[in-house]
Design a protein around this ligand. Structure first.
Ligand code: HPA
Ligand code: ZN
Length: 331
């Protein structure tokens, strides 16, 4: 029998496409593109996925990206994700990508957008998943590099749903990115940002007040600031939680500390997502299953979270209504 957490229709709102590259695919692409790897096998690579912090993960995440070179590599990456996502109940996915991380290898905006577009333009027909792309700026590269990146991608504006902010958080506050988010807003792009994962509640305030974001990615450290919790509740700001990620990156030392129950009791709008599933031990349905086993996500709460995932998405309204109707009829 398929577990109910898997079959439950859901949207995935916090997913880095580069974080879906499974060790087998790293090796396949390395062979195809003649890129040397320092590991002998996919199993040896997977054995290195023992993280102590966000940075310890980012180091190997960026290292593995060396194998992504051509448009068709990105098509294959996205196709592999969509196939797995369908098995995990995903009906709609808003997918992050990190263009600045591919620039050093000479991967052009055109190759990236052609490669990803080839897969995503067919996602609804092939997998029953509507999709959108969110371009993420690498916060450790600063505001000017982010602006340069946005300008390079504006010719592909129609293929973008929004912009986001990711990579090493501490020491790189949202305030550094006011100008680039202002341009993105003027372009009519949706705005999101990682904040309050390792960084302090102050970064969540800044993302809301200085960048004007519509959703906060992670945001778990908001609980340290009661005024911030009130603000998030009063304005129903969605938070995209990633339980397996937070456990693997030691944002929390144990499941007892993962604050899902508390956030639901505070009436915050939360969704459950996989972040970088090839690295953190599971896709989005696995995150629902882990939260139900370890963090108090009962079946009614799972439905509430799945409904919130569609409500918090930037999906076409008719598609949202269809997805919510399917959820209401589920089980
Ligand atoms: N946080 C910040 N940057 C990231 C993450 C994350 O969880 N995953 C991929 N890039
Ligand atoms: Zn993330």
């Amino acid at each position: 029998m398929i577990q109910p957490e898997m079959a439950l229709p859901k949207a995935e709102l916090h997913l880095h496409i580069e974080g879906t590259m499974e060790p087998d695919l790293v090796f396949r692409l390395a062979r195809r593109n003649d890129v040397p790897l320092r590991f002998a096998s996919p199993e040896a690579l997977a054995g290195a996925y023992r993280f102590t912090s966000l940075q310890s993960f980012l180091d190997i995440y960026y290292e593995n990206m060396a194998v992504l070179r051509q448009a068709e590599d990105f098509t294959e990456l996205a196709d592999d994700y969509l196939r797995r996502a369908r098995e995990q109940g995903v009906r709609h996915a808003e997918i992050f990508f990190d263009p600045q991380a591919h620039r050093s290898r000479g991967v052009s905006a055109q190759a990236l957008m052609t490669g990803l577009g080839e897969s995503l333009s067919k996602s609804l027909d092939r997998f029953g998943i509507s999709t959108g792309l969110i371009l993420c700026f690498l916060r450790d590269q600063g505001g000017e590099a982010a602006m340069e990146c946005l300008r390079e991608f504006l010719p592909y504006r129609d293929q973008l749903l929004g912009v986001g902010l990711d990579s090493a958080e501490v020491g790189h506050p949202p305030s550094d990115f006011r100008a680039v988010f202002e341009v993105a807003r003027a372009e009519g792009l949706h705005l999101v940002a990682h904040a309050g994962e390792e960084g302090p509640p102050e970064y969540v305030w800044q993302a809301l007040d200085l960048l004007g974001v519509e959703r906060i990615d992670h945001g778990v450290r908001c609980l340290e600031d009661p005024d911030l919790v009130r603000r998030l509740r009063d304005e129903a700001v969605p938070l995209t939680l990633c339980p397996l990620s937070n456990l693997r990156l030691k944002v929390f030392d144990s499941w007892e500390q993962f604050p899902l129950r508390r956030m639901l009791a505070e009436n915050l709008v939360v969704s459950i997502n996989s972040d970088d599933p090839a690295y953190f031990g599971g896709y989005v349905g696995d995150n629902y299953a882990a939260a139900s086993r370890h963090a108090g996500l009962d079946p009614a709460a799972a439905r509430r979270v799945a409904a919130a995932s569609f409500e918090a998405s930037f999906i076409d309204p008719a598609r949202r209504a269809d997805c919510l109707a399917e959820l209401a009829a589920f089980g």
